[in-house]
Structures are given as structure tokens and as C-alpha cells.
Design a protein around this ligand. Structure first.
Ligand code: UP6
Length: 257
């Protein structure tokens, strides 16, 4: 596998969100996303203040936060400014178009008002993407498509993955890439982000499967690692985040043309 640098790839992008993300990745020498899967807003803010300098993006599951407030969002946005990272809400929208539109824009969380990037399963057809796009494009947001999953026994087939890739390639005004386990598209302007990453290969007791940063980036040819508990449950989150950042970035650099 041969790759272009983040800067070179950024120059090829017409999608402003992808361009912006490549710029951050190059500047911070980081293709690490931290998954801030805590249930208390203070835990999330403390984590991102520590690891913020080392990540290109912070991934949230806003619907697990027990003390959600607008003040929390304001602080999260301030952190994103301070440490220069993007916010990715991992909601995995999957319903019919009209419903996902309401979920994205309305409810308690008003995700479209603060998340730079969201993601979707295209299981229900073209309407999901069309609906998210109606809101997202106007606000210059980006969307990732879930093309593969890390969990054991997941029901995604090769045909489903291929159809998802086609949809991404046809909707590059809004779709910036994939959540996946393998490199799926040769298009250098589409990003491959991979969850299920720890420094040691393994699994948890609920079906999650882990690959190492080297396996994900240099062997499989993905671009970005997404790490949750590997960082959040570590006794030294800063140095652990640095270790993940360096192994993923070095693995990418090995592939440069
Ligand atoms: N995630 C996966 N696998 C996928 C898609 N998304 O694990 O195929 C998400 C999970 C979690 C994070 O929802 O937020 O990535 C992984 O967390 P972990 O590193 O603690 O396992």
C-alpha cells in the first residue's frame, strides 16, 4: 500500500470538512480519534482537556451523558477551539429519512448545532443520507458511512459494504469517508476510520474485537484509529494517548510514497 501525505490528500479535496480534518491531522501529526465514552460531562471535559492536544477529533455518544446541558456543549466547543480538534457524534443514524432528520436536528441534543461530523448506517436506503444531507450541507457538516463493524458476528455482508462504498463515492459533497475495518476505496479524498483498536490484539466480553494500530494503518491501509477504553481506562491517559498517536502516525508515515 502506498499513500499520499495528509497535506497532499487535503489539497485534492473539494469537501471543506475533509480538507479541514487533513489540515488538523498534518499540523498535529495525529491520526488518532479518542472516543470519550463517559456518562458524566465532567469526565468527558477532563479527558478531552488532557488528550485534546494529541487527537484530530473527539468522538462522543451524547445520549449516554447523564447530566447533559447546553453548558456542557459550550465547554466542549471551547475545548475543540483550544486544542484544535473536530467533534464527531457517533449516533449511527439508521432510520427512515424523516426520523433521522428529526434526530439530527431536534430532540434534547440538537446534534446538528455542534457536531462537525456524524455517521449513518445506510441499511434503510437512500433516505437516511438524503435527509441528513438536507441539514448537514447547509451547515457545512460531514458524514461518515458505517461500511464495516468491529464487533464479532455483525451482520454486514460484503455486498452491503460495496453498496455503502458506492454511496459514499456518489455523495462526496457530504460524505467524508467510512467507519470500517479495511481499506475500501482507492479515492484519496475519502477517509477510512477504524474503531476496535488497542495496543494489544484482543476482545472484550461483549463482542468487541481489537486490532493494533500497526495492523489497522500499515497492514490494512486505513487512515485513522478510533480508541476508547484503551485510553479512557488507562491510569495515565496523556502518555497512553501519545503512545497511540505515535504508533498510528508512524504506521501511516511508513506508507508514504
Ligand atoms: N464503534 C466500535 N465498532 C464499530 C463502530 N463503532 O467499537 O464498528 C464505537 C463504539 C465505541 C468505540 O461505539 O464508542 O467505537 C470503541 O470503543 P472501545 O475502544 O472502548 O472499544
Amino acid at each position: 500500500i502506498k499513500k499520499l501525505s495528509f497535506t497532499e490528500r487535503g489539497k485534492l479535496c473539494t469537501n471543506q470538512m475533509t480538507k479541514k480534518l487533513f489540515g488538523i491531522m498534518e499540523e498535529k501529526k495525529s491520526n488518532l480519534v479518542v472516543s470519550a465514552d463517559f456518562t458524566q460531562s465532567q469526565q468527558i471535559l477532563e479527558l478531552v482537556d488532557k488528550v485534546g492536544p494529541h487527537v484530530c477529533m473527539v468522538k462522543t455518544h451524547i445520549d449516554i451523558v447523564e447530566d447533559f446541558s447546553q453548558d456542557f456543549i459550550t465547554k466542549l466547543l471551547q475545548m475543540a477551539q483550544k486544542h484544535k480538534f473536530l467533534l464527531f457524534e457517533d449516533r449511527k443514524y439508521a432510520d427512515i429519512g424523516n426520523t433521522v432528520k428529526l434526530q439530527y436536528n431536534n430532540g434534547i441534543y440538537h446534534v446538528s448545532s455542534w457536531a462537525d461530523i456524524i455517521n449513518a448506517h445506510c441499511i434503510s436506503g437512500l433516505g437516511v443520507l438524503a435527509a441528513l444531507k438536507q441539514i448537514g450541507l447547509e451547515k457545512n457538516k460531514g458524514c461518515l458511512l458505517v461500511a464495516e463493524m468491529s464487533s464479532t458476528g455483525n451482520m454486514i455482508t460484503a455486498e452491503y459494504t460495496a453498496a455503502t462504498v458506492k454511496l459514499a463515492e456518489e455523495n462526496k459533497d457530504f460524505v467524508i469517508g467510512f467507519i470500517c475495518q479495511n481499506r475500501l476505496s482507492d479515492d484519496p479524498t475519502l477517509l477510512h476510520l477504524t474503531p476496535g483498536v488497542q495496543l494489544k490484539k484482543g476482545s472484550d466480553d461483549l463482542g468487541q474485537q481489537y486490532l493494533t494500530p500497526e495492523e489497522v494503518i500499515s497492514k490494512r491501509g486505513n487512515d485513522v484509529i478510533i480508541v476508547g477504553r484503551g485510553i479512557t481506562q488507562s491510569a495515565d491517559v496523556i502518555n497512553t494517548a501519545i503512545a497511540y498517536k505515535q504508533s498510528a502516525y508512524n504506521a501511516y508515515c511508513q506508507l508514504l510514497q
